[in-house]
Design a binder for this molecule. Structure first.
Ligand SMILES: *Cc1c(COP(=O)(O)O)cnc(C)c1O
Length: 386
């Protein structure tokens, strides 16, 4: 017998709306955020802002607060100007502020790129192992996703690229340099080779877009050029950067890119109005005023990284020397372990959180300060019974 349902019963016994095909059943992305003494799993900069930097940020945020009844500058003109200025000093490449775009982390910048240049009927591609978020931006923008495997040493196989890229015809190609999770930097010749292939593809009458993700660029070794230097030669190139890593501003959420004016103008079509709050703009500009201080730890972190690579290479796992990928970033990728999860857990039990990332058997550790590195080394030695 059918009884009358009350509203409350309907709310608890009714069917739930189902997510669309493509995300139904997926889990939200993210590294575990655990409250342990040594957090070496998200490639953050270990150095907190100094009192001087905090004071500037606080004063500039207070000043921005006086007009919080108004919407922010939608085109964040002053911030774009400051970012262009910073890139000129960091990479000696002169850019017009109209060639700069920014959003809440380079994650949102890349979402804008796929919203504008990906989408139904188009494909995005990365060379794997690659940053796990790219495939999620593709999923979220209904863009087809495909990959080409890197070589065993994590460099890009240019012969494979030359044959496969024309067949796969991606509208957007993600190149990460230095790459996450492997730390591998692209050689300039490799980048030009991919850009040349992309330029000859025909995506609705235009070339394929190449996005070089330089989230870790400031950590690259001497003599490794930035892709920014190629912007003048390639109208199909986007270079993305972030203030989350070397700049020690992960909590500020500011990522940005440099590209042609035309590309930036296209991205302006898909961004939400006022996506960068007045507070975010003020914090980023305040941090940029202190760029010399904020970036001053980069040299120390590079030296710490090189020492860590050397130390890890001296270890033995299962009777063989540890394999350690060359790194131009602020993290090191090492292995291979028969049971990497057991090693990860063993370190966590000692208060050291690192990352299970990339192909089976490998682990990634963020380069921290001296104390954190000592804790990591001691924990690893103990875990491996060395
Ligand atoms: C950390 C990281 C980013 C930066 O993300 P934000 O959103 O700017 O914090 C981008 N790309 C790669 C490969 C990264 O590892």
């Amino acid at each position: 017998m059918k009884t009358q349902e009350t509203g409350a019963e309907r709310a608890t016994t009714g069917r739930s709306p189902q997510a669309r095909n493509g995300i139904r059943g997926d889990q939200p992305y993210g590294a575990p955020q655990l409250d342990v003494p040594y957090q070496l799993n998200t490639n953050e900069n270990p150095y907190a802002p100094s009192d001087t930097v905090i004071a500037t940020i606080a004063a500039d945020v207070a000043s921005a607060a006086t007009t919080l009844n108004r919407y922010p500058d939608r085109d964040f003109t002053a911030l774009r100007h400051d970012l262009a200025d910073f890139l000129r000093s960091e990479s000696s490449v002169a850019l017009d502020p109209a060639q700069i775009w920014a959003a809440n982390g380079s994650n949102e910048v890349m979402l804008h790129i796929l919203q504008a240049f990906g989408g139904p009927g188009r494909t995005a591609l990365a060379f794997t192992p690659a940053y796990a978020m790219y495939s999620e931006y593709a999923r979220d923008t209904l863009t087809e996703w495909t990959t080409i495997a890197r070589r065993d040493d994590f460099t890009i196989d240019l012969d494979a690229a030359a044959t496969q890229l024309p067949e796969l015809a991606p509208a957007v190609i993600f190149l990460t340099s230095p790459n996450n999770p492997t730390g591998t930097a692209l050689a300039p010749g490799e980048l030009r080779a991919i850009l040349d292939i992309a330029r000859d593809l025909d995506i609705d009458g235009g070339p394929a877009l190449v996005v070089v993700d330089e989230a870790y660029a400031e950590f690259r070794r001497e003599g490794t050029p930035s892709a920014l230097e190629l912007l003048a030669d390639y109208p199909n190139l986007i270079v993305t950067r972030t203030m989350s890593k070397a700049f020690a501003l992960a909590g500020g959420r500011l990522g940005y890119l440099a590209a042609s004016r035309e590309i930036v103008d296209t991205l302006r079509i898909v961004r939400l109005p006022y996506h960068l709050s007045s507070i975010t703009q003020a914090v980023a500009r305040a941090a940029l005023k202190h760029r010399d201080e904020l970036l001053s730890q980069v040299a120390a972190l590079r030296a710490e990284r090189d020492a860590l690579v050397t130390w890890l290479r001296g270890l033995t796992v299962n009777g063989e020397p540890m394999t350690v990928a060359q790194s131009d970033a602020n993290f090191v990728f090492f292995g291979k372990f028969e049971d990497r999860h057991a090693v990860w857990q063993g370190l966590l039990d000692q208060g050291v959180l690192i990352r299970e990332s990339g192909p089976e058997g490998w682990l990634r550790v963020t380069v921290g300060n001296r104390e954190e590195m000592t804790a990591f080394k001691n924990a690893l030695v103990k875990e491996l019974g060395l």
